[in-house]
Each structure stands twice: as structure tokens, then as C-alpha cells.
Design a protein around this ligand. Structure first.
Ligand SMILES: NS(=O)(=O)c1ccc(S(=O)(=O)NCc2cccs2)s1
Ligand SMILES: [Zn+2]
Length: 262
């Protein structure tokens, strides 16, 4: 799995950590100014092709909970869009607030969403493993999907039901046969894309971000279960609710955000 070796040792909440990586001029997250984005007619449709059989476990890493995929073969890949190579899915996770008024990392014309899904992929044409790709300029591709409060997301419920088993930091539970495609919006042809970074340590500037224009809906009760998770491990005296696990927004530094739609 991609990130289990990435033991993030920084103290909580990591967003009090380095606000901007040293020399960072392509840091994430950012506010997407819709009218400043540039339509790029050469952007292709995104073609994710995921095998639910590669889903392996859920892990609370003390920042979020990660649904991890076996990334030892090209069974679950992302191609197309702004990407020149094959990118292998290694995990997905979320960021959310303590209230429905905020929680997303990216914003659209300053609009905040209650949560944001990140599907993390690494360039398997150029690198042999995640740990290599995470240090390289075009090593990673992360799909971002905004979540809104609305009707219950039937596909998400299997994941929500498994969360109490990973309440504490460093807990892991087997989790199989989950199709991550069920979390994508109906329309994945309309997206923004820009060159950015990881939003938690190691904050490396390795990410091609692909932010979906269309959001998905989850119910208030489903998101409430995210907030029942803890930043802290079972041994710690003071338990801290896992909420507001988003990074502060970073300067655009002259970057262009491209859109796949007019
Ligand atoms: N938010 S993001 O997609 O830019 C990532 C940051 C770090 C990532 S990791 O895969 O290297 N570590 C595992 C994780 C740490 C925190 C959440 S997931 S992914
Ligand atoms: Zn993330």
C-alpha cells in the first residue's frame, strides 16, 4: 500500500506544521478562481479504471482515514485528462470540518464545502513505487471531489459502517471489495487541473491536481460518523476528535488553473 510506509510523525494538527514548504511555489490547497481559469481544449476525458478487488484495508493515520488499495500491479489505474502516463490508485481519504460550514481544502471562488475526497495515484510508468513517485515533480495525480450535505450516499455507507473499527490513530481494519468509482460524480469530464503539492507532510510538490466541478452528496449522519474518529491513539489520555483536518490555503504564485470545460 502506498502510504502505510509514510508514517507522518509531525505533531497534530499537522496544519500547524510548515505553513509553506521551504521554497514552495506550487503548494496546495488553493482557491480556484473560476473566471481566472483557462479552458484547455487539449485536455482529454479522464478514464479511471478501478478493480474493487484491489481494495485492502482502512487505516487511521492520525490525520484522516485512508482506504488503501493494493498498488503492486496496474489493476486500478487513472489515465487521460491532463495525464501523459498511467497512474496507479494507492489510497483515498477525506478532509472535513467540525461543522458543515467548512471542511474542504480547495475552494471554488472562496466557496467552502463540508468535506473533500482525495483519490491518490502515482505514476507507474516512471516510478517503481509510491515512495519514489512522491518525491518527483510529476509523480502523483490526486482527484479532488467536493462533498455536500444532502441525500444519503448508498455506496459510502459500507465505508461509514467500518469507521468505528478505526476510531483511534494507528488502527487498521481489513476492508475489501470497495469500488472507489462509486464516489466519483456522474460527470467527470468537467474538472479544473493545476500543478500543486501534498497538503500534509511531506508537502512535496509532486501532484497534478484534478478537481471535479460536480460535487457528490452525503447525508448529515454519514458525515457525523467521520467526526466520531479520533486524532489520538487508544493509549493517549486526552482524546481529540478528528475534525478540521484541512490545510490553510497557499499562494497561487502565478500558476494557471486550467479547465476542461467552457
Ligand atoms: N491530502 S493529499 O492528498 O495531498 C495527501 C497528503 C499526503 C498523502 S500520503 O499519501 O503521502 N500520506 C497519507 C496521508 C496523509 C494525510 C492524508 S492521507 S496524500
Ligand atoms: Zn488529502
Amino acid at each position: 500500500a502506498c502510504s502505510s510506509k509514510y508514517v507522518l510523525s509531525a505533531l497534530h494538527p499537522m496544519w500547524q506544521g510548515p505553513l509553506v514548504a521551504p521554497g514552495g511555489n506550487r503548494q496546495s490547497p488553493i482557491d480556484i478562481r473560476v473566471r481566472k481559469s483557462v479552458f484547455d481544449p487539449h485536455l482529454k476525458p479522464l478514464t479511471p479504471d478501478y478493480d474493487p478487488g484491489t481494495c485492502s484495508q482502512i487505516w487511521n493515520n492520525g490525520y484522516s482515514f485512508l482506504v488503501e488499495y493494493d498498488d503492486t500491479t496496474d489493476k486500478s489505474i487513472l489515465k487521460g485528462g491532463p495525464l501523459e502516463d498511467n497512474f496507479r490508485l494507492c489510497q483515498f481519504h477525506f478532509h472535513w470540518g467540525e461543522s458543515n460550514a467548512w471542511g474542504s481544502e480547495h475552494t471554488v471562488d472562496r466557496r467552502l464545502f463540508p468535506a473533500e475526497l482525495h483519490m491518490v495515484h502515482w505514476n507507474s510508468n516512471k516510478y517503481r513505487r509510491f515512495e519514489e513517485a512522491v518525491m518527483e515533480e510529476n509523480g502523483l495525480a490526486v482527484i479532488g471531489v467536493f462533498l455536500k450535505i444532502g441525500k444519503r450516499h448508498e455506496g459510502l455507507q459500507k465505508l461509514v459502517d467500518a469507521l468505528p473499527a478505526v476510531r483511534h490513530k494507528d488502527s487498521v481494519v481489513e476492508f475489501t471489495r470497495f469500488d472507489p468509482a462509486c464516489l466519483l460524480p456522474a460527470n467527470i469530464d468537467d474538472y479544473w487541473t493545476y500543478a500543486g503539492s501534498l497538503t500534509t507532510p511531506p508537502l512535496t510538490e509532486a501532484v497534478t491536481w484534478i478537481i471535479m466541478k460536480q460535487h457528490i452528496e452525503v447525508s448529515h449522519d454519514q458525515l457525523a460518523v467521520f467526526r466520531s474518529l479520533l486524532f489520538t491513539s487508544a493509549e493517549e489520555e486526552v482524546q481529540k476528535s478528528m475534525v478540521n483536518n484541512f490545510r490553510v490555503q497557499q499562494p497561487l504564485r502565478g500558476r494557471t488553473v486550467r479547465s476542461s470545460f467552457t
